[in-house]
Design a protein around this ligand. Structure first.
Ligand code: ADP
Ligand code: GLC
Length: 492
């Protein structure tokens, strides 16, 4: 592969993801896959996206053209070619209707359980991506880099590893807790090369772990924040993979996610009843009133409105919030929670809503517009995560003048600066942080927020500081480019 070190040459990158906003989204991976490639393209790179052809995604993708038919181990596949809506980034959808044309969540069935054939689905996806990456699908395009994301793409680096004239592989860990684990029998039924069944390869405590394909075989691994890249090398955050990650530490780097600053811009956000910017923060209050009305809360401007949006799962520390609620409702606050996930969290939150409708409002489900409205309306945004590889909502919050209250972990620790006498006088404070995974610790951070909320001038200074920060992809996309270039120089 010819490469001119240091030059700003155009890189050819195939970006593989199991979700891409706005075609389909369950969490932050979709946001990243929807925005990082756009940033790379604006830097002159030839980046193309590849994703399974879920029915919902096909419906949103606009005009698609059938460009290839492939017979692969595990099934036949057709490749549909199109462009991402709005950004025009080229897109291939891997179409196998029996596997992907299912409504709803790409990984879970209507009962919230993983689809029984997830291993077969994402193994076939991996084989299709590999065929494109090796320019064997008749598309007349060969990437220099294949950028894989999370376990659904883990088999790609493993299957490519021993192939000649292959692209360099990058594997990004968005969440190490999701590993794509399946029984040994699945390893056999997928017809994976026997050599991949070992602890150095895909085997993980006698199970098949898709994610190990990325961790063991990618030329370069990245994690979605510098702090998370360090944390996952410890037993506390390593999910049993810390040994492997420590072993690969010279090939592991942390790059903080950027955000789509157009979609998340309070000055132009079409979802808001009243757009605003750092110089018209009084208009933010109108969004608070509008949300209180919408969510049937008293229109009280003095109550500190706490927003929370996210997947209702153990990771996000919803149990900390539930434990804190008896104390929290004694404070001058209102809470708006938007989330979906674990039914027992949904039920518990609903019970609180029934008991305290004057202070608590809950919307179960996924609602993109409401997510924007909460970011704009809330005074503070709560993220008591047990672990948080990067987290996007704290950055959306900072951009919307909504002060984040976060547990000091992963990307939250990299992006929010706690308000202390020192950080206040140094002019660096942007939010409120707590350390322990305990509701008491979270409550004391919230109490500090409530206290500062009375001091409107200081509050405004913090809001404006957060709003003035640059969370765009500019720097992080540049770091990915340098990582790609370094890899090509080193190995190819
Ligand atoms: P994760 O990827 O772990 O879920 P992130 O903070 O990286 O967490 O990203 C979550 C993304 O998904 C954000 O864009 C957030 O606004 C969005 N999101 C999560 N749950 C919901 C929901 N119920 N409705 C609307 N958007 C949601
Ligand atoms: C994951 C993580 C989240 C991160 C997102 C995008 O889902 O849980 O912290 O922001 O991926 O990288």
């Amino acid at each position: 592969m010819s490469i001119n070190p240091g030059a700003t040459e155009t890189l050819k990158i195939l970006f593989a993801s199991s979700e891409i906003y706005p075609l389909i989204k369950t969490g932050g991976l979709a946001d990243v896959a929807g925005s990082l490639p756009t940033a790379l393209r604006s830097m002159g790179d030839d980046v193309r996206l590849i994703m399974p052809a879920y029915g919902d995604a096909v419906a949103k993708a606009g005009k698609l053209k059938l460009v290839a038919k492939l017979g692969l181990i595990g099934g036949s596949v057709t490749l549909l070619q199109g462009c991402m809506p709005d950004t025009g980034v080229p897109l291939w959808l891997v179409d196998t209707p029996t596997f992907f044309d299912r409504p709803g969540n790409p990984y879970l069935n209507a009962d919230g359980k993983p689809w029984a054939d997830n291993a077969e689905r994402f193994a076939l996806f991996a084989r299709a991506v590999l065929t494109v990456a090796q320019n064997r699908s008749g598309l007349n395009w060969k990437p220099e880099i294949i950028h894989c994301n999370d376990w659904q793409t883990g088999l790609i680096p493993a299957l490519l590893y021993r192939q000649s004239k292959r692209p360099a592989t990058v594997f990004t860990i968005h969440n190490l807790a999701y590993q794509g684990l399946f029984p040994y029998e699945t390893f056999i039924s997928l017809h994976l090369p026997a050599s991949l069944w070992s602890y150095e390869a895909l085997e993980f405590h006698r199970q098949l772990a898709f994610i190990k394909g990325g961790l063991a075989f990618a030329d370069q691994i990245s994690a979605v924040s510098p702090n998370y890249a360090n944390e996952i090398q410890t037993a506390e955050y390593g999910n049993g993979l810390d040994g492997l990650l420590k072993y690969r530490r010279n090939d592991l780097t942390g790059i903080i996610n950027g955000i789509d600053t157009e979609t998340w811009n309070p000055a132009t956000d079409p979802n808001l009843s009243q757009p605003y910017d750092a110089n018209s923060l009084q208009d933010k209050a109108l969004n608070k009133t509008a949300l209180q009305r919408l969510m049937q809360l008293p229109q009280d401007s003095q109550a500190m409105l706490i927003g929370s949006i996210g997947r209702l799962v153990h990771q996000k520390g919803i149990d900390l919030l539930l434990q804190a609620l008896p104390r929290l409702i004694e404070m001058p606050v209102q809470l708006v929670i938007l989330g979906s996930g674990d039914p027992h969290y949904e039920d518990a939150l609903r019970e609180w809503l029934i008991k305290h409708p004057q202070q608590i409002s809950v919307k179960a489900g996924y609602d993109e517009a409401l997510a924007h409205q909460i970011e704009a309306a809330a005074d503070v945004f709560l993220m008591p995560s047990r672990f948080e590889p990067c987290g996007l909502n704290q950055m959306y919050s900072l951009r919307y003048g909504t002060l984040p209250v976060v547990r000091m972990t992963g990307g939250l620790a990299d992006t929010v600066i706690d308000t202390t006498p020192e950080s206040l006088s140094a002019g660096t404070a942007t939010g409120f942080c707590f350390h322990e995974t305990e509701s008491q610790s979270m409550l004391s951070a919230l109490s500090r927020a409530i206290e500062l909320y009375q001091d409107k001038d200081t509050w405004r200074i913090l809001q404006q500081r957060g709003m003035g920060q640059d969370f765009s992809w500019k720097q992080s996309a540049q770091q990915y480019r340098e990582l790609y270039q370094g890899l090509l120089r080193k190995y190819f």
